[in-house]
Design a protein around this ligand. Structure first.
Ligand SMILES: Cc1ncc(COP(=O)(O)O)c(C=O)c1O
Length: 430
């Protein structure tokens, strides 16, 4: 194949113009659904109605007994940690490579996050490293199916069971994904889903938590859902408590639910398109010197995505990931350095984030450090080099948007642009 001169050196770009991915989250369906609620004067629903219907639809979709709609994904995680007994003196094992909301609710429980390594094959927690970090304080493990990637969920379930720990899934990126044919979100004691604006199923600001356990469901209700405790599953768990809650108000907005229900009805098609497009890109890039694809492991069916990920191998490629990304952008291919490890976008990896290193959390009111471990209130003591595998992977990660509404040949051209840049770098020409 003749790759021609790089666009950044005056050559013709592989793509004539930047790509706009036009998957529509708001269609006439969403507008009508919200209008219907407005026409009926619905502004807030404490239980039943559209809330109850959506909870049932989600539980059925994931394959669990219960679903509980919450106002966002962060509140689903807080609810899950509280429900499984994460509190002072306890630890939760989490990846350092995730959105910070997987971890910050652990601080709201006055507990301590413990960061474990991720696996380069899945970009998700490495079960062997998780097992090494289990102590008598460990109460839970939180697996994040980051960017829709699915690790061996049976291994995590087994690990949690053997050590008597709770398994929590932060499946915010993996709507509709499966492991061995079973939906992600159904392996944990509790599965948490953000349905914020960027997610595959979105209500703008919304969350859904699923579980098979009536008791865990009730404990989550008690934390954040005033007005529901008295009835339904909660009755037998907390007799005589009335319908008060512990005061966090995590109720979802009915308009957000109306929008998300429409998204749920289109999820299968969105996942089909994204899966096809990722496969096209991976096929074009497989075997390219210096670019590693991240393919699903056997038994895993990816979905949701948010972004597609690749790993650069700088010595083989002949350049850095930043040089590679910039040269691809000049070809009009939307290749970026990974967002979660980009210091311009976030704190970078969480074990090195200022919030966990140096910031005095004990200075805050509330419950942001463990009173049993005052020595940790200024930081958890991590430093560069403490998670060598995670740090290495994330320093080499690049991403593209998770295309949905662009033609197949445009996706292929993104892959060809990446190949062109890699070819030039392999030859020592940047
Ligand atoms: C992996 C992950 N967990 C949790 C959250 C928090 O969700 P929310 O923004 O809905 O509170 C997000 C949001 O981006 C996320 O990506």
């Amino acid at each position: 194949m003749d790759f021609g001169k790089l666009a950044c050196s005056g050559g013709t770009p592989v793509l004539m113009e930047p790509i706009r991915d036009g998957w529509h989250q708001i269609t006439d369906l969403e507008k009508q659904a919200v209008m219907d609620l407005m026409d009926h004067g619905v502004l807030s629903v404490s239980k039943g109605g559209i809330v109850g219907e959506f909870e049932e639809e989600c539980a059925q979709f994931i394959g669990t007994r219960f679903g509980l709609a919450c106002c966002n994904g962060t509140s689903t995680l807080h609810s899950a940690y509280v429900a499984v007994g994460v509190g002072p003196g306890t630890e939760v094992i989490v990846p350092a490579y995730t959105w910070h909301a997987t971890v910050t609710p652990i601080l709201h429980c006055s507990a301590t996050p413990v960061f474990a390594e991720i696996d380069p094959a899945t970009l998700c927690l490495d079960p062997a490293d998780v097992e090494r970090r289990i102590t008598e304080r460990t109460r839970a493990i939180t697996v994040v199916q980051v960017w829709g990637n699915v690790p061996d969920m049976d291994r995590f379930r087994d690990l949690a069971d053997r050590h008597g720990l709770a398994l929590i899934e932060d499946a915010s990126h993996a709507h509709g994904a499966t492991w061995q044919g079973k939906r992600i979100g159904s392996f944990g004691d509790i599965g948490c889903f953000s349905m914020q604006g960027g997610k595959a199923v979105s209500g703008g600001e919304l969350g859904m938590v699923v579980t098979d356990s009536a008791e865990l469901f009730d404990r989550m209700l008690l934390l954040g859902h005033f007005g529901r405790i008295d009835e339904g599953q909660a009755g037998p768990t907390f007799p005589g408590i009335g319908d008060m809650s512990l005061g966090a108000k995590y109720r979802a907005h009915p308009y957000a639910i109306a929008v998300a229900r429409c998204g749920l009805s289109r999820l299968a098609e969105l996942n089909r398109l994204r899966t096809r497009n990722y496969a096209i890109l991976n096929d074009v890039l497989r075997g390219v010197k210096g670019i590693q694809t991240v393919d699903p492991i056997p038994g895993a069916e990816r979905a949701g995505y948010l972004e597609f990920k690749f790993l650069v191998q700088p010595e083989l490629l002949g350049g850095t990931r930043d040089e590679f990304a910039q040269a691809c952008q000049a070809e009009n291919a939307p290749v970026n350095v990974d967002r979660y490890s980009d210091l311009n976008f976030t704190y970078g990896l969480l074990h090195l984030a200022p919030l966990y290193n140096g910031f005095d959390r004990g200075d805050m009111g509330g419950c942001f450090h463990d009173p049993e471990r005052p020595e940790l209130r200024n930081g958890l003591g991590y430093k560069q080099g403490d998670l060598p595998v995670t740090e290495d992977i994330c320093s080499r990660m690049i991403g593209t948007p998770a295309f949905a509404d662009v033609p197949e040949d445009t996706v292929e051209r993104v892959g060809l642009a990446m190949r062109k840049v890699a070819h030039h770098m392999n030859q020592g020409k940047k």
